[in-house]
Ligand binder design. Structure first.
Ligand SMILES: Nc1ncnc2c1ncn2[C@@H]1O[C@H](COP(=O)(O)OP(=O)(O)OP(=O)(O)O)[C@@H](O)[C@H]1O
Ligand SMILES: [Mg+2]
Length: 337
């Protein structure tokens, strides 16, 4: 495609995705950047940098510049954004792109301005910010412009956002800083308390993905995985076999906090919209929605059917790219030229 390039970007706490209109997702990498602390030189970005977490010599830092869905380290986030935008642009166009970036609902003015500025500094012609649940809903193919209730839950790495959308706007929402990372932390805590063994975040994330679950099913109880940690008493390596049943106990309290956020959003929602949602069901997306039993748990607790979105980790980037065709919604977004 030669000519104007439009990008939808999900600058997530855990993963950054870039969607090019007409092409699809062209970048899908962990939001991690490895920097040489001596001279601030970028060593690796994305998957290669993530592999270095917890394994770097002292002069290298592997940094996640986003925390809880927003920029925590501006300089590093900007460097990462510039790298990804230039990589996405490389193959398609010489023109400066229009860029739509997803942000958590309820971001502060300061956080919004930081992102708009970062987008401009990274070379965009125009930068728009879209609230992530709106992007999620668009990306999941929901009829967000219709006068009917659409409910989405996006469980990411740093934030869980729940929103009800009707007539192209968010009607009720909640955003909590509890999501995938919090499950990893709960597993680290559990292993330390029960086995007196220390493990790192890469290991706890692997445990979560391999055997994590939040709904009591026999098939989940029987899941099993082997790990290696460091025994607190001796400081020596220790092998452990963990089961799905015990990991569920470890992470269920975290899952219940997500359920409470969903319930609180429903309680604030006008009855006509709740009626629509009850009829159509709730859509869940984000990497955290892949946790075994998550849909069943939310469904049981709310009494409403819950469906997983197609490509749940790509909805935000896709929806951010798609909004450029939706003039009514686009006109209401924060932007900078
Ligand atoms: N199969 C899986 N089971 C459970 N969790 C998973 C699975 N795959 C990915 N995750 C988790 O999903 C999270 C990342 O999801 P996602 O990419 O949607 O987050 P993000 O958009 O970067 O974060 P945020 O939206 O909070 O800024 C991580 O915590 C990761 O461990
Ligand atoms: Mg996200």
């Amino acid at each position: 495609m030669f000519g104007r390039l439009d990008l939808g970007i999900d600058l997530g706490t855990a993963n950054t995705l870039v969607y090019v209109r007409g092409k699809g997702i062209v970048i899908n990498e962990p939001s991690v950047i490895a920097i040489n602390g001596d001279n601030n030189e970028i060593i690796k970005v994305g998957a290669e940098a993530k592999k270095m977490i917890g394994k770097t010599p002292s002069f290298i830092q592997a940094i996640r510049p986003l925390k809880d869905g927003v920029i925590a380290d501006y300089e590093v986030a900007l460097a990462m954004l510039m790298y990804f935008i230039s990589r996405a642009q490389e193959s398609f166009s010489f023109f400066r792109p229009r860029v739509v970036i997803g942000v958590p609902v309820g971001v502060t003015e300061v956080e919004s301005r930081a992102l708009l500025r970062a987008g401009k500094e990274a070379g965009a012609k125009k930068v728009f910010l879209i609230e992530e649940p709106m992007a999620t809903a668009l990306g999941a193919g929901l009829p967000v412009e219709d006068p009917q209730g659409n409910m989405v839950i996006d469980i990411g790495g740093g934030t869980t956002e729940t929103a009800v959308i009707s007539l192209g706007s968010i009607v009720t929402w909640s955003s909590i800083r509890i999501a995938g990372d919090e499950f990893d932390e709960a597993i680290i805590q559990y292993v330390r308390e029960v086995y007196r063994v220390t493990i790192g975040v890469r290991t706890s994330e692997r445990i979560k993905i391999e055997i994590g679950n939040v709904y009591p099913l026999k098939e989940f109880d029987e899941l099993q995985t082997d790990i290696v940690g460091i025994e607190l008493s001796s400081g020596l390596p220790k092998k452990l076999a963990l089961t799905g049943g015990e990991i569920r106990e470890a992470i269920r309290p975290t899952a219940m906090q997500i359920v409470e956020a969903v319930k609180s959003t429903l309680e604030k929602t006008p009855p006509e919209l709740v009626a629509d949602i009850t009829e159509k069901g709730i859509i869940i997306a984000g990497g955290g929605s892949l946790l075994r039993g998550m849909a069943q748990l939310i469904s049981k607790e709310t009494g409403i059917e819950v469906h997983g979105a197609e490509d749940p980790m790509m909805c935000v980037a896709k929806g951010a790219g798609m909004v450029l065709d939706k003039m009514d919604i686009l006109a209401r977004l924060k932007s900078v030229e």
